[in-house]
Design a protein around this ligand. Structure first.
Ligand SMILES: [Zn+2]
Length: 201
C-alpha cells in the first residue's frame, strides 16, 4: 500500500507534533559532519499540490539550446563534461551530461551502456590526479530536466571531506586556487581525450 505525501506528512506530525522537529541524526556526531554547536532540524513542511516544474521542461528553454557547450571541458558525439564557472571548495566538481536533451529515465539501452563506460572513465581520470583521494558521483535532477551527473573529487588524506558530506564541504570550503583548478581541468580533459572526443580546455 503506497503512502501518499499527505499520509507521510500526517504520520510525521503525529509522531513529532505540529511544527515538531526531528532530533539530530547519529551522523551529527561523525567526524565528517560539517557543523557544530547548537543546531535545530527544520520542521517538515506540508506537501505542495504538485511537483514543481523543472528547468528545461520545454527543451527550447534548456541551457542545451541556448548555450550547449557552457562550461564544457571535453565532448564527444554523445557526451559532454562541464565545469562550474569558478572553482569550488573541493579540487574538482564536474558534470557529465548527454548532448541530447533527455533525462535518466529516457536513456535507451545503448546510451545507458555508454553512460556506464563514461562514468567509470571519468572517475578513473579524476582519481589519477595525484592530490585526489576519491571521486564521488551522484544524480539528483530536481532542478533541471537535462540529465547532469555530479562528480566530486576530494583531496587525499583530508578525513573530514570523506563520505556523504563531501558535497556540503564543497560548498563550505574556500575555493581552490584558480591556476590549480584550471590545470586539473586541462589534465582531466586530456585524459578523457586520450580515449576519444575533444579536449576543450
Ligand atoms: Zn537540454
Amino acid at each position: 500500500m503506497p503512502e501518499s505525501a499527505e499520509e507521510m506528512y500526517a504520520r510525521v506530525v503525529g509522531l513529532l507534533g505540529e511544527g515538531g522537529r526531528p532530533p539530530l541524526p547519529p551522523t551529527a556526531s561523525w567526524r565528517t559532519f560539517p557543523f557544530e554547536g547548537e543546531m535545530l532540524v527544520r520542521p517538515l513542511e506540508q506537501p505542495v499540490a504538485a511537483e514543481p516544474e523543472r528547468h528545461g521542461a520545454d527543451p527550447a528553454e534548456c541551457w542545451c539550446t541556448a548555450d550547449p557547450d557552457r562550461g564544457a571541458i571535453w565532448r564527444d558525439t554523445t557526451w559532454r563534461v562541464a565545469a562550474p564557472p569558478a572553482p569550488t571548495g573541493l579540487p574538482l566538481q564536474l558534470f557529465l551530461t548527454p548532448r541530447e536533451h533527455l533525462d535518466v529515465t529516457e536513456m535507451e539501452a545503448g546510451l545507458a551502456s555508454s553512460f556506464g563506460v563514461m562514468t567509470s572513465r571519468l572517475v578513473r581520470v579524476m582519481s589519477a590526479l595525484p592530490h585526489v583521494g576519491r571521486v564521488h558521483f551522484s544524480q539528483w535532477g530536481d532542478g533541471s530536466t537535462h540529465l547532469h551527473v555530479w562528480f566530486f573529487a576530494r583531496t587525499a588524506r583530508v578525513r573530514q571531506t570523506m563520505g556523504t558530506f563531501a558535497a556540503v564541504w564543497d560548498d563550505l570550503l574556500p575555493p581552490v586556487p584558480d591556476d590549480v583548478w584550471r590545470a586539473d581541468l586541462r589534465t582531466v580533459a586530456a585524459g578523457l581525450a586520450a580515449h576519444g572526443g575533444t579536449a576543450l580546455v
